[in-house]
Design a protein around this ligand. Sequence first.
Ligand code: FAD
Length: 414
Amino acid sequence: MKRYSAFSIAREALRNHAGWTRAWAAPEPRRRYDVVIVGAGGHGLATAYYLGKNFGITNVAILEKGWLGGGNTGRNTTIIRSNYLQDASAAIYEKARSLYETLSQELNYNVMFSPRGVIMLAQTESEVRGYKRTAHANALQGVETEFISPEQVKELVPIINISGPRYPVLGGLWQARAGTARHDAVAWGYARACSAMGMEIIQQCEVTGIRQKDGKVAGVDTTKGPIDCDKLGLVVAGHSGVLAEMAGFRLPLESVALQALVSEPIKPCMDVVVMANTVHGYMSQSDKGEMVIGGGADGFNNYTQRGSFHHIEETVRALVETFPIISRLKMLRQWGGIVDMTGDRSAILSKTPLEGCFINCGWGTGGFKAIPGSGWGMAELMAKGHSPLTESFSLDRFREGRFVDESVAAGVAH
Ligand SMILES: Cc1cc2nc3c(=O)[nH]c(=O)nc-3n(C[C@H](O)[C@H](O)[C@H](O)COP(=O)(O)OP(=O)(O)OC[C@H]3O[C@@H](n4cnc5c(N)ncnc54)[C@H](O)[C@@H]3O)c2cc1C
């Protein structure tokens, strides 16, 4: 696979760009692999990548029913942060954030990581107390965050209205090394690196059944025929319940639509990410100048990649209150993704009742930021049977009552 560099760009510019090769191969599936990963979203691809890179396991197929990155990975608002409350969460999200810092170099693919900083606004006294507590917890966990004053918020975000009529800004939880990355590029970068290691990414290949023998996984049935494997990783976000049913177990999660929208592009006006949890809206500005806006999750289970219309109005109302400057902006696009939510709002990275079958799901509204850390931990779990990063996120926690409660940290999602 051709290495991307300033030199290769210059050379191709001189020969009409005729020498570029495909970023990843598009093979037909073989009959057998050591490992099959279902779902070519960020988490599935990162799992495959670290299986190859950290454990030398490269006889791997990644099966995707649509196109790679076409699920939630290509639909999110790209916020990356690690200011979670519980130690287990801070560990996996901070591992991910730190891997993001060098991911472009590691994958030889520009994922456009932009550590521009994220502020979570405190707009009630209980939020002030909650975020101060999180800042103290983060200090103990080695995650750099600080609680800042309303004046410091205004300095970082000149377009914000800190004395809003309903909920004035009372401060904020600031993580300076948090930020955003280009979501498609994260999937594309991992895909290219997996393909370069000899792994096979098979798109338009839906898994329709999971075959087992003597209580162990034997393979999968797909729309491109049966495929055998020794180990199977289910990494399908909103469709996790469907795949778990095929494997014969149930998951404690619900699938709902979560939506986002972008405005027409405007001149640069905000160079940090702002999350306003009380009024429920968050916003950042993309490199193209569009304001990227996160909406709410539907209050009922569904599999539509659209979301309910009333959320658009509620989200825009919340943001106009926080940023009056955007009141006359036109919205360009709106879309939804199907997110998989657990009761404690934490992920599941776990063995399953079916031997040889592992699951990575439950990232809900906030898993983009976790992709490198989740892939790292999931690969270790699949290769060695255990991983310090994933230990607290096993399915057993629901039976044993060891919840990793992040419902406040993930309150507004992301
Ligand atoms: C609107 C929105 C905004 C968000 N904003 C943020 C944010 O700002 N920050 C953040 O950290 N997170 C955010 N998230 C959450 C984040 O996008 C997800 O947690 C993350 O992308 C999940 O990645 P994944 O790889 O697990 O799933 P996906 O990217 O959804 O990949 C799963 C793949 O599995 C495939 N699949 C399903 N069933 C089958 C089958 N039977 N056979 C084969 N393939 C199958 C799907 O087609 C899909 O491509 C947001 C989500 C949404 C919807």
